[in-house]
Unconditional design. Sequence first.
Length: 87
Amino acid sequence: MTTRLDVKVSPKASKNAITGWMGEVLKLSVTAAPEKGKANEAVEALLAEALGVAKSAVSVVAGQTSKQKRVEITGLDLAEVRQRLAG
């Protein structure tokens, strides 16, 4: 089972954080700069930690050079992703 999630990323933020939902889009802040894939790696690591899954289960599959990204999460359905992110 794989879930695709649209995210909006704010790079070079003061801290890594999940800032909430904007409709169906998850807003994230990462401290990494948007260069050489560093922000994408930070997004993957942040979501993996928040969801309690391996980093390899989370990958940016679209929007590598954009603030708007699509992330694929392996092993969780959308309901479970939302539940885990709700705290």
